[in-house]
Design a protein around this ligand. Structure first.
Ligand SMILES: C[C@H](O)CC(=O)SCCNC(=O)CCNC(=O)[C@H](O)C(C)(C)COP(=O)(O)OP(=O)(O)OC[C@H]1O[C@@H](n2cnc3c(N)ncnc32)[C@H](O)[C@@H]1OP(=O)(O)O
Length: 668
């Protein structure tokens, strides 16, 4: 085809300008797509190229995929002419590349054209350029990743509106929404884009990969609600157009499962061509709060559960908890009665291992005792078939210790649920060096079946989430011992956006957990733990948090927790023991300093978790923090931007580092 080409020019500034040329609208014809791949590959290979600018010839970026190809498909029925390039070109070659690309947009970027720009790391546009995804009017859905990237850049509601109405926006609106990074005149377009690309390459500007962004997606429940409303509207306004519902399904899949999300791509697990094996029957060991929550999640997704306890009293209590969980959903109209009955019919209580011979997975959820867990794993190894996944729900204990006395270490894996396990959406999957890829893949699949977001992490004390957040409690305790009021700290953290402050959270989780977990952390990270005497004093004074109605707060049935003034003398006693008040006087700090002193150490720990490779990528930690700790999603960019700004995760020097002694390790 005459004039159909992709060209590349490399300037003295080491920027390669790749230009799409297919007049009149630079449609993405098949040779153009092949040309893009070829030129991007070349730019990556060449040592004289540091960064890339992608643009379109003759004042238009691109009108999208060549619609004549659709015509050919309709006429011939031959779908093989439609190239399947979206992941290879836009994700692998462009977005995940080692060199940044900036889209220089003029005139219009529609359909696949806009999708290409969203695979770049920034978008610069001239005024009044049209930006849109009009695919639905053509009977197809955006196929180059636009269903996933547009919601991440402009927010879910606006992205759905743009796709369902096939209505373009102007670049000025795009700038306000975050789709466009800067608007400049057409004379300035290439100069600014080149400079921007170099700024990203040299880490002066953020390296944004839109598919990794999560902060504009909101919470899972908000996302589900928006999608529900959109579905109802599409049913009314486009009843005979299945592509509308299909588009919403794909958005939902991305936002809720795949989208929270790069999380589902785990190197050396999901890229090996393995197939997940079916998990139909699971044994849950321990019917306490965690075990019963886990069992509830499983039976609600039609997985048969054997609940094992040590005696019939505990077993009946566990079964009752599960019934309460399920019936609670019916009462809140979240589950139909017949589905609740079906779920409860999938549960069987047992007191021994005789029925374990055909279980596909065991999840141990007993107390945090290493000898007890080791004993259980010796027993289940004998009782279960050789393919069975051997999972533990420990929240801190090293998995190598848990499985030490078995010869099945390749099957040992952490399935760390967050309380309440049938409600919280995160499943932290902990792998050891010995856990097999098949076992990890199987557990990830179970996670998805039971509607959790599985995040695969490495094995260290506290794994990813508790490890990252342990300095949070530590810092709160240290501030309290420096003289700051306990309820002021809680109030400030709630206003920051967490569901409750660190002390109320401690009341809720129970002090036993705090003491057991605190020991693990102080053993693992002795240089940066503050040993607070307070919780032991609270226990001595007969307090056990929400469990017995008395902690930092008083808990009366039916009313909100009330700060308990009688806690003050216990705190005073603890301050005297800790003896860290400077010159014996309380420190004076602003509200902002308090929040920073509690959260900066969390960010620092996140940096360590990333540096040590406990998580595969920074966005996994963002997702895990939002879904496991209810960290406010609109604040998550704190971690996200650290990575994107490319400062090696060393941006924050804490004004404060919770440590028994100052460590002098300031991470800048
Ligand atoms: C993988 C992806 O997700 C899938 C996709 O990208 S699907 C494609 C999505 N893109 C679109 O739907 C855009 C369709 N095109 C348009 O809306 C308009 O043509 C436009 C806004 C781009 C330009 O409008 P305007 O300036 O008025 O020029 P217009 O006369 O319509 O088009 C000029 C020529 O370009 C052609 N053209 C426009 N868009 C094209 C496209 N995507 N593919 C092939 N040819 C295209 C037109 O057929 C016309 O050809 P002609 O001169 O031989 O008749």
């Amino acid at each position: 085809m005459a004039g159909v080409s992709v060209t590349m020019e490399v300037g003295n500034d080491a920027v390669a300008v790749i230009t799409i040329c297919n007049p009149p609208v630079n449609a993405l014809a098949i040779p153009i797509i092949a040309g893009l791949k070829e030129k991007f590959d070349e730019a990556m290979r060449r040592d004289d190229v540091k960064a890339i600018v992608l643009t379109g010839k003759s004042g238009r970026f691109s009108g999208g995929f060549d619609i004549n190809v659709f015509e050919t498909v309709h006429k011939t029925g031959d779908v093989s002419v439609v190239p399947d390039v979206s992941v290879d070109l836009v994700v692998n070659t462009m977005e995940d590349a080692k060199k940044p690309a900036v889209a220089a947009i003029q005139g219009l970027a529609l359909g696949g054209g806009l999708e290409l720009t969203m695979g770049c790391h920034a978008r610069i546009s001239t005024p009044k350029a049209q930006l849109g995804l009009p695919e639905l009017t053509l009977g197809v859905i955006p196929g180059f990743g636009g269903t996933q990237r547009l919601p991440r850049l402009v927010g879910l509601s606006k992205a759905i509106e743009m796709m369902l109405l096939s209505k373009p926006i102007m670049s000025e609106e795009g700038k306000k929404l975050g789709l466009i990074d800067a608007i400049v005149s057409s004379e300035e377009l290439l100069r600014v884009s080149r400079q921007w690309a170099l700024d990203i390459a040299e880490r002066r500007k953020p390296w944004m990969r839109s598919l990794h962004m999560t902060e504009k997606l909101g919470s899972l429940s908000e996302a589900r609600e928006i999608l529900k409303v959109a579905r109802q509207q599409a049913k009314q306004t486009a009843p005979n157009m299945p592509q509308h519902q299909a588009c919403l399904d794909v958005i939902e899949e991305g936002v809720i499962h795949g989208g929270y999300n790069g999380v589902l791509k785990v190197p050396n697990v999901t890229d090996l061509g393995l197939k997940p094996r079916p998990v139909k029957k699971v044994a849950v060991i321990g019917g306490g709060l965690m075990g019963s929550g886990i069992a509830t999640s499983l039976i609600l997704s039609n997985i048969f559960v054997l609940l094992k306890e040590v005696n019939s009293e505990y077993l009946l209590r566990g079964i009752k908890l599960i019934e309460e969980n399920v019936l609670g959903l019916v009462a809140r109209r979240k589950l139909a009665k017949d589905k609740a009955d079906k779920a409860l019919s999938m549960l069987k209580g047992v007191l021994d291992y005789s029925e374990f011979k055909d279980v596909d997975m065991v999840i141990e959820a007993v107390i945090e005792s290493i000898p007890l867990k080791q004993k259980i794993f010796i027993e289940v190894e004998k009782a279960c078939p050789p393919h069975c996944i051997l999972a533990t729900n420990t929240s801190t204990i090293d998995l190598n210790k848990v499985g030490e006395k078995t010869s099945s270490q390749d099957r040992i894996i952490g399935a760390h649920f967050f309380s309440p396990a049938h409600v919280m959406p995160l499943l932290e999957i902990v792998r050891t060096e010995k856990t097999s890829a098949q076992i990890i893949l199987d557990l990830m699949t179970v996670g998805k079946i039971i509607k959790k977001v599985p995040v695969v992490v490495g094995n260290c004390t506290g794994f990813a989430v508790n490890r990252t957040f342990f300095p949070y409690t530590q810092a709160a305790h240290m501030l309290l011992h420096l003289g700051v009021d306990v309820f002021r700290i809680d109030r400030l953290i709630s206003s920051f956006g967490l569901p409750m402050g660190p002390f109320q959270l401690q009341d809720l989780a129970g002090y036993g957990v705090f003491l057991a977990v605190g020991k693990e952390f102080s053993n693992a990270f002795p240089g940066r733990t503050f040993l607070s005497p307070l919780v032991e004093l609270l226990v001595k004074s007969g307090r056990n948090g929400k469990n017995n109605g008395k902690g930092y707060y008083l808990y009366d049935k039916g009313s909100k927790p009330k700060p308990d003034p009688s806690i003050v003398p216990i705190i005073e006693e603890s301050r005297q023991i800790a003896n860290i008040l400077p010159a014996g006087k309380p420190i004076s700090v602003t509200d902002r300093e308090i929040v920073e002193m509690i959260l900066f150490p969390v960010v620092n720990e996140a940096c360590r978790v990333l540096e040590e490779g406990v998580v595969v990528r920074a966005s996994d930690l963002d997702i895990a923090s939002v879904l496991g700790m209810s960290f406010p999603s609109y604040r998550v960019h704190l971690l996200h931007h650290l990575q994107l700004q490319g400062r090696g995760f060393k941006l924050l020097c804490p004004a404060f580092q919770p440590a028994s002694k100052p460590t002098g390790r300031c991470r800048i």
